[in-house]
Structures are given as C-alpha cells and as structure tokens.
Design a protein around this ligand. Structure first.
Ligand code: TRP
Length: 445
C-alpha cells in the first residue's frame, strides 16, 4: 500500500465480512461482555445493550465503513480527505485510542494463552474443587509470567500484520470463527444443565429495570462500541480495503448480528455456571476465567475441551488485535510511508511496552485515582473515547456528509437501502443526543 503500489483489497465480499466480524468478535464478547453485564445487573443491561447495538452501533458502523470506502485511506487520512478541518482530530483520536486499547488487550490475550496450557496442568482439578479463582489470582499477580504471555500474544499479532491484509487476515478467520461458535453451543448445553443453573438464567434473561442507572447505561454504550470495534476508525480502515460492489448496509448488519450473537451465547455459558458455582456475578474482569474451568471440569475430557476453547478464544482475540494494530499501522504506512514490516514491528513493540503497567496493575499495585491502571485505561478508551468518537462520526455523516453517504450506502444509487431515512436521522439526532445524555448522566469515575 505504500510507495505508489496499488492499495490492497479484501479477496472477496465474504473476506470483508469475515475480517470485520473477526475484528468485532473477540475478547470483548467472551471476556468483557459477561463481566460488564454481571456488574450492571444482568438482563436489563442485556436489553439496553442490544438496543444500543442495533440502533446506534449499526448506524455508526455504516457511517464508518462509508467514509473509509470513499476515502480509501487510514483513519486520519480518510477524515482529512472527505472532511478536513477539525474532523481530522477524529482520526487522531482513533489512532491514540488504538494504542491504548491494544496495550491492555494483549495482556488479556495473554491470559488465553496461559489457559490453553494450564488446561493440562491442574486447571481442571482446581475447577472441580471450586478453586479456579485461586489459580486465576495466583497467575495474574505473577507479573513476569503475565508479561511473557502478553509478549507472546503481541508477537503473533505482529507476525500477522507484517504479512499484510489479504493473506494475513482473511485466512485465519474462515475456519476458526465458526468453530468457536459451535463450541459455545456445546458449552451452553453443559452450563444450563448444571444443578442450580436456573438462577443464573433468570439473572441473565429476566430484566429488573430498577437496576438501570446512568453509569449502567454508559457501560452498555461503552461495551457496544468496544465490541463492534467502533468509534476509533477501525471500520474506517477496514472499509478502505472494501470493494465498491459490496452493499454496506447488508455487510454491517451481518457483522452486528454475528457479534451480538456471540456475546449473547457467551453470557448463556457464563451466568448459569456463575450461579451454579456460587461465584459473584459482579466479580469483575476475572469472571469468565474463574467460571469456565468449573464448567470444563464437569465435562468428560474436560482438559481437551478447555484447551480447544481457550485456543479458539485466543484466535478470536488475535483477529481483533490485528485490527487494532492495523488501524494505527495504516496511518504510519499511508502517511509516513513506512513499510508494513517496519510498521508492525515498531508499533507492536511500543504498544507492548505501553501494556506493561496494565499487566503490573493486576497485582493491585498500580492505581490511577482509585482504579487499577488496566481498568483506568479501559474506562478512558471504552467509556469515553469510543462513544465520543462515535458521536462525532454520526454528527459528521448525518449533517455534513449526507449526500456523499447516500451515494456510498446505495452504491451510487444502484442498490436501494430501505432504511436510509431512519439511518440519517439516527446519525443526525438520535445517536448524538442519546450519547450526550448517557455521558451527562453516566460519566462517573
Ligand atoms: N471488538 C474487539 C473485541 O470485542 C476489540 C476491538 C478490535 C476493538 N478493534 C477495535 C475495540 C477497535 C474498539 C475499537 O474484542
């Protein structure tokens, strides 16, 4: 893509959907969604979350992909080309946000690698004895070990991004993502048939709207943007590799649907088991990692299931982490004409170093105004920067780029988009006002 060579493109329409879904489906669905849902009251959160995904998330996703496909550039370059002026800040904010998210994302990604191996070295036994929490606690407070696995996860990310978009990204999504999906279905069967699972199903599916507060709403919006990879130019960048024939509203709908399905299924695995094993649903970021071993230990051949699951989860995490590195990398390649290899390695190493404070903060020893460094970084990125980015992208497309956007989503008028008018009004009014309201009522450290 640098040095005047023709810009890379996805191999096929399916290639884009797989890659975009690969970016969206990741640790956000299986690690982050269940614990955020658990901390925010369960079923009522789930309903709000789904509403935000399909009204605001879907609209912002189309906005991002349209801008990217039109401009055929990285996030900063795209906004400079189609908008100019202060809108370029949106691109910058996205690149900065990519640095932050990827820095701690690799720490959690490292946990999945650790758990693949631990499946065969005592994790099952601990799960069976209800001691998976001790194993988890012992691991995350051992910073050198956490950093080694973090480095491994980052190395895999770098290798793939260094190879390039076409072969690099698509190939890995095609077989492994459907496998993860099937494995989740198997785990649901085991989880909902555990004794005592009913209470968890009720927690997850029977809403109690009195639990909804401002901060809960903000958490739902933050989770929606994080999970859909929105608000920081990721879908702008991926859209920039998209061919001109693909129907953006259809592709975006598929990505939103797949992503939400995986998160929903993950909740259906985790919550019945949370209650069956007497774990606190609001236990926080370790929720998935202390609950799953218990489920596996109750299955014949549990260690193998467990290793396979964490392997697939790692792959889902990798297809997301490469999208994060790709966003920041595309900027350095397009604008500074760095080669792909130099970009992937330089940025990868810098971001790895940026993640070390997050890894160390798991010991409880590094706090920013009362929050662990990792939580603080995640809060700033997911609950502030991403929704803010989404708000401005919606405003831009809804008010200043409406006609161009219409051409882009209808492929120059050749494919009608039935929801075009509602989409424009969501971008103009609904998304900005809702997000502004959520910020005002929910922004508490
Ligand atoms: N969506 C991914 C997940 O759920 C994480 C991710 C990838 C992301 N690219 C992003 C989050 C861009 C925000 C912005 O795990």
């Amino acid at each position: 893509m640098s040095n005047g060579v023709e810009r890379e493109q996805w191999g096929s329409k399916l290639g884009f959907i797989l890659a975009a879904a690969g970016s969206a489906v990741g640790l956000g669905n299986i690690w982050r969604f269940p614990y955020v849902c658990g901390m925010n009251g369960g079923a009522a959160f789930l309903i709000l979350y789904v509403a935000i995904v399909f009204i605001i998330g879907y609209s912002v996703m189309m906005a991002e992909i349209s801008v990217g496909r039109k401009a055929e550039l990285n996030a900063v370059g795209s906004f400079r080309k189609v908008a100019g002026g202060p809108w370029v800040l949106l691109g910058w904010m996205g690149v900065a946000c990519g640095f932050i998210i990827l820095s701690y994302y690799c720490v959690i990604g490292g946990w999945t690698i650790k758990y693949i191996l631990a499946s065969f070295t005592g994790l099952m036994q601990a799960g069976a004895e209800g001691k998976a929490g001790d194993i988890f606690g012992g691991f995350i407070t051992n910073t050198p070990q956490v950093v080694i696995y973090q480095a491994l996860f980052m190395l895999i990310t770098i290798f793939i991004v260094a190879q390039g978009v076409g072969e690099g990204i698509e190939k890995y999504c095609k077989i492994l993502m459907p496998m993860l999906f099937v494995l989740l279905l198997v785990l649901i069967v085991r989880s909902v048939t555990l004794p005592g699972a009913g209470e968890g199903i009720a927690f997850y599916l029977k809403p109690d709207f009195s639990k909804i507060t401002g901060p809960t709403l903000l958490a739902a919006a933050g989770q929606a943007f994080f999970s859909l990879s929105l608000g920081m130019g990721c879908m702008v960048t991926y859209g920039s590799y998209l061919d001109k024939q693909t129907f953006i509203p259809g592709a975006a709908a598929q990505v939103c649907f797949l992503d939400t399905a995986v998160a929903f299924l993950a909740g259906l695995v985790i919550f019945p088991a949370v209650f069956a094993f007497g774990v606190e649903p609001g236990a926080g970021p370790g929720l998935t990692f202390v609950t799953l071993p218990g489920i596996f230990s109750q299955m014949p051949g549990g260690a193998v299931w467990s290793a396979l699951f964490f392997l697939l989860l790692m792959v889902a995490g990798i297809t997301s982490s490469i999208s994060l590195l790709e966003v920041v990398g595309a900027y350095f390649m397009d604008e500074l004409k760095w080669t792909r290899k130099k970009t992937a390695w330089t940025l990868g190493i810098v971001i790895f170093l940026m993640g070390i404070p997050s890894a160390y903060s798991l010991t409880g020893g590094l706090k920013i105004a009362g929050k662990d460094f990792l939580d603080a970084a995640d809060f700033v990125a997911s609950n502030v920067l991403l929704p803010l980015g989404g708000l401005f992208i919606a405003l831009f497309v809804g008010w200043f780029w409406k006609d161009e956007a219409e051409k882009e989503v209808t492929n120059q008028g050749t494919k009608p988009f039935g929801l075009h008018t509602p989409w424009v009004w969501v971008c103009r009014i609904v998304a900005p006002l809702t997000l502004a309201y959520i910020f005002i009522t929910g922004l508490k450290w």
